[in-house]
Design a protein around this ligand. Structure first.
Ligand SMILES: Cc1ncc(COP(=O)(O)O)c(C=O)c1O
Length: 423
């Protein structure tokens, strides 16, 4: 059986029982299912192939900020994905995983000199531009390397979309994108520059967007802008309509992918351009869990604290976004539920994965799975409290691989030194 499921009461990933992974890899450890990632990629592809003409199939550029482990990148590269990057580091990872420049798009918000130069030397497909100064920088460095960079301008459509205020990006008060009026100016400026070629417009309104109706006004504004640009004599050959597809954390209504694909077909396809998308969370979110062990049960007069060996530094979504993650025992899921506050060992009251959560009774030393942790989990992890970064494991059927080793104590101080005058 593929993905996460129970067999004889024990949580497995594909054919592997999670206790086996804990025994060899230790905890806390991220565990990913390759088969779920494949399924997610295929589900997106299938919806588009049902509703969009064969010559308008989108390039699905995986937004690797969601999870940038090079094994995950390799898996998606092998499936035919493109790559959306936001830093020189992500470009480096993409290259290591075998992505070639023609499938890489850069959407970073504040592009740095070295990053722009690295993207130019990798001949990436395009730069999505956030501001006039950024455009000038790309033009300048492209000129220095004798290249002409293709650029898209990110539209801020002033619409609301996204599951939490901190992951919304499409309102005019947000730092992202440009007004339609500004893009008309930017296109004109870019046309007069020697080393950039304006080819289109991008939009991304936020993450965990659960209704098609949230995307629709953004698409409509994009379509209006394309029309105006063309009326002004500009070429628009590429549109990047962003990511934001939601996953299941609790009991959310999921985006109806077919309905979404129909809107793309109705609004974007008639514009007769190449189409790109930037899904991140959707590809990997439900494909990962954080496997952790119970250190203690601390009872106070008012609370039962389930103290795990995973903490906010390993998975910061609950602390950062008040995110809800499913939490369940790896074995003995048939015990009577107890109400817990599920916490980690970090010295912050914010180090809490769930408050007042009813979970089948868990005892000291037992394993716990935190669900839907494949996206924005490890990629946001830190060494806070000098805790080593967790290991990452990928499972594919009967195959189990360590795709990132747990950090060691020496890793924690790598690059640090004590000045002579303190010795
Ligand atoms: C420009 C851009 N594209 C794509 C994404 C990926 O979003 P998601 O993971 O919700 O698909 C993000 C997320 O922050 C983003 O900023």
């Amino acid at each position: 059986m593929e993905g996460f499921h129970r067999k004889n009461g024990v949580l497995h990933v594909d054919n592997i029982p999670l206790p086996e992974i804990a025994k060899t890899a230790g905890t806390p450890t991220y565990v990913y299912s390759a088969s779920i990632i494949r399924q997610q990629f295929s589900a997106l592809r299938e919806s588009f192939s049902k509703f969009l003409p064969a010559d308008r199939q989108p390039l699905l550029c995986y937004a690797c900020k969601a999870n940038s482990n090079i094994a995950i990148l390799k898996l998606l590269q092998g499936l035919g994905a493109g790559l959306e990057i936001v830093s020189e580091g992500e470009l480096y990872r993409g290259a290591k995983a075998g992505f070639t420049g023609d499938k890489i798009i850069s959407t970073s918000f504040g592009k740095e000199e070295e990053e722009i130069k690295a993207c130019l030397s990798a001949n990436i497909h395009q730069f999505n531009i956030e501001s006039p100064d950024e455009l000038a920088h790309v033009n300048r460095y492209a000129g220095e390397s004798g290249k002409v960079a293709k650029v898209l301008f990110r539209l801020n459509p002033d619409v609301q979309g996204g599951g939490h205020s901190k992951i919304q990006t499409g309102k005019k008060t947000h730092k992202f994108g440009n007004s339609a009026t500004r893009i008309l100016e930017l296109y004109k400026i870019a046309t007069e520059m020697e080393n950039v070629e304006p080819v289109g417009v991008s939009v991304h309104i936020g993450s965990q967007v659960s209704t098609v109706s949230a995307f629709k006004p953004a698409f409509e504004r994009l379509a209006e802008l394309v029309q105006t640009l063309r009326e002004q004599g500009h070429k628009v050959t590429r549109l990047d309509i962003g990511g934001g597809f939601p996953i299941v954390y609790k009991d959310e209504d999921l985006l109806d992918l077919d309905a979404y694909a129909r809107w793309v077909n109705d609004i974007i396809v008639p514009l007769d351009t190449e189409i790109q998308m930037e899904p991140g969370r959707y590809m990997v979110g439900n494909a990962g869990i954080l496997l952790t062990e119970t250190l203690y049960i601390k009872k106070t007069q008012v609370r039962n604290f389930l103290v795990l060996d995973a903490a906010m530094n390993d998975l910061m979504r609950p602390a950062l976004y008040d995110a809800w993650h499913g939490i369940e025992p790896v074995s003995n899921a048939d015990r009577t539920p107890v109400t817990y506050d599920v916490v980690g060992p970090v010295c912050e009251s914010g180090d809490i994965f769930a408050a007042n959560r009813d979970i089948p009774e868990i005892r000291e030393g037992e394993l716990v799975a935190i669900r839907s942790a494949g996206a924005y989990g490890f990629s946001m992890a830190s060494n806070y409290n000098s805790r080593p970064l967790p290991a990452e494991i990928m499972v594919d059927g009967d195959n189990v691989a360590t795709i990132r080793e747990r950090q060691t104590m020496p890793d924690l101080i790598k690059g640090e030194s004590i000045p002579d005058w303190l010795k």
